[in-house]
Design a protein around this ligand. Structure first.
Ligand SMILES: NC(=O)c1ccc[n+]([C@@H]2O[C@H](COP(=O)([O-])OP(=O)(O)OC[C@H]3O[C@@H](n4cnc5c(N)ncnc54)[C@H](OP(=O)(O)O)[C@@H]3O)[C@@H](O)[C@H]2O)c1
Length: 248
């Protein structure tokens, strides 16, 4: 049956596949026919993701993406890829007055440096097939949708979104596409780690015209779209998935 969004015969790497958005993307990619390489630090949680994925040939690669040697080893273990999802990321609520150098390093190493080095090595080691699609999970926090105590997180995502455009330009000669997805708040562990009070969450949800936070699957379906042949002529752009939050 004709399906321009099929991922049959595609091999996809998903970082951050042990939880939340990355997990949902890995599962959705498998449902759409892809063979998926799942990466994160926590092997047990990667196995939980794998248990929810249809199809065969999926593989786990444990890696701490803040460590360059782990990124090198990850890339060495990969076959030729048709798509990559950089979903691994961390957040922290940190008012500027209490930000430490360690905080800056932790957020930027994970949210910015890791996807940059991964892109570098995947291209340098020629692990990307022609017309491969690279998708970076950024955030509306990086698009000027500011919130108190999220300056480090937001600026790391601004840097990632900016990098994606430069990568799109540089890799276009090899027909490799680079795009970001910018979600608003999605119900995942990351949100729980931000320890917002129930009252703050209620006030925050009121700012969403569609009156709720998003679900990981709703980001995953956009990722499938960007990985698929339906978007062969889309590069250097961003899909905002935020229930209308940035309309306010
Ligand atoms: N949830 C939201 O509201 C929201 C909104 C906009 C954008 N995002 C972005 O979406 C992405 C996924 O977030 P999420 O909400 O799904 O968060 P999550 O449930 O906390 O998942 C984060 C993932 O990143 C992995 N990870 C973190 N540090 C890592 C490291 N050093 N090396 C390798 N993997 C690492 C974690 O795996 P291990 O712990 O097993 O390593 C986990 O799989 C992030 O980039 C986040 O910034 C989230």
């Amino acid at each position: 049956m004709y399906n321009p969004f099929s991922l049959e015969e595609k091999t996809i790497l998903v970082t951050g596949a042990s939880s939340g958005i990355g997990r949902a993307i890995a599962i959705e990619c498998a449902k759409m026919g892809a063979v998926v390489f799942l990466s994160a630090r926590n092997e047990a949680r990667l196995r939980e993701t794998l248990a929810q994925m249809p199809g065969e040939g999926h593989q786990l690669i444990v890696a701490d993406l803040t460590q360059e040697d782990d990124i090198k080893s990850l890339v060495e273990q990969l076959p030729q890829m048709d798509g990559v999802i950089c979903a691994a990321g961390i957040s922290a609520l940190k008012p500027i007055q209490v930000v430490s150098e360690k905080d800056i390093q932790a957020i930027f190493d994970t949210n910015y440096k890791a996807p940059v080095l991964l892109t570098k090595l995947l291209t340098k080691k020629r692990k990307l097939n022609a017309e491969a699609s690279l998708v970076y999970i950024s955030s509306i926090s990086g698009n000027g949708n500011t919130a108190t105590a999220l300056s480090l997180y937001g600026s790391s995502k601004s840097a990632l979104s900016s990098f994606t455009k430069y990568a799109a330009l540089e890799l276009a000669g090899r027909k490799i596409r680079c795009n970001t997805i910018c979600p608003g708040r999605i119900e995942t562990q990351l949100l729980q780690n931000q320890t917002m009070s129930a009252e703050d969450i209620e006030k925050d949800i009121a700012k969403y015209p569609l009156h709720r936070y998003g679900k990981p699957e709703e980001v995953a379906q956009a990722a499938v779209y960007l990985l698929s042949d339906a978007t062969k002529w889309i590069t250097g752009t961003s899909i905002v998935i935020d229930g209308g939050r940035t309309l306010n």
